[in-house]
Design a protein around this ligand. Structure first.
Ligand code: SF4
Length: 263
């Protein structure tokens, strides 16, 4: 059965939590719910990343409960669920590392004008699962004014989220819509809510096109050693029309390729 059909048939059966549920955390870490009754997230800042793909730019991490269950990679294929990043993410998700939204917005607001930074090397926009805490997103957007923040989101299944994602893009905080395949990238591009990125089969290393003929540029950091996000910055351009393709990578690249080829 194709991945998309499986998703529809198993809508309520996702293994959506990698990490312990909130009730199993120590009492001092009990979670706070905001005015929208949305669980607040944990955030972590790395002021200067040592990741060879991003280069030395500030990056953040958001707790794993921000990831929507509709993301097919949550059940396998997510690059952030292996290696050092997985261990770091687990600590952030448990509240053992990192802090509050106010801490990251204050940090972002202190960055120099024009600074490129990546929100979420792991995790998604504020809000638990499919929900989008648009007020928290707005605070991030406001703190980014004058800087070049960018991120990616799978919170596009709930169509009411799209207007908030578009507002963020219009205000200069680039929120890329994450597609699961080139065909899915066409669907997301048609929403007009923001620029689009997509997962490609692990063997694709050259620029290609979507089924509807949109250009897909393979992320240069995945095929060249002399390019990082800090020197490229393509993902931070909200007005671009080209789709950025990421060949499946990491320890679960076979699973990610399978999703990209069947979605
Ligand atoms: S396209 Fe450029 S900015 Fe985007 S992930 Fe690749 S190297 Fe980074």
């Amino acid at each position: 059965m194709a991945t998309r059909e499986k998703l529809i048939n198993n809508k309520n059966k996702f293994p959506s939590r990698l990490f312990p549920p909130a009730h199993s955390l120590p009492p001092t870490l009990s979670r706070i719910y905001n005015h929208q009754n949305i669980k607040t997230m944990y955030y972590h800042i790395t002021p200067k990343s040592s990741n060879s793909k991003t280069g030395p730019i500030p990056v953040t991490t958001t707790s794993a409960d921000s990831c929507p269950p509709s993301c097919p990679f949550s059940g396998g294929g997510c690059y952030a669920k292996s290696g050092k990043l997985a261990m770091h993410w687990k600590k952030v998700s448990a509240g053992a590392r990192g802090g509050s939204l106010e801490e990251i917005t204050s940090f972002i607001g202190s960055l120099p004008a024009g600074q490129l930074w990546r929100h979420n090397q792991a995790g998604d926009l504020p809000g638990e699962g499919e929900s989008l805490d648009y007020r928290a997103l707005r605070k991030i957007v406001q703190s980014n004014v004058g800087r070049r923040g960018f991120t990616y989101t799978h919170k596009h299944e709930r169509r009411s989220n799209l207007k908030h994602i578009k507002a963020a893009n219009d205000a200069g905080f680039t929120v890329n819509l994450s597609a699961n395949s080139p065909a899915h990238a066409d669907e997301l591009a048609d929403t007009g809510a923001g620029p689009v990125v997509c997962v490609l089969d692990q063997t694709i290393t050259r620029n290609t096109t979507t089924p509807a003929g949109r250009k897909i540029v393979v992320c240069p950091a995945t095929v060249r050693d002399d390019v990082t996000c800090s020197t490229c910055g393509l993902c931070a351009r909200s007005s671009r029309s080209v789709i950025i393709g990421f060949p499946a990578h990491g320890t679960s690249k076979r699973k990610a390729s399978e999703i990209s080829n069947t979605f």
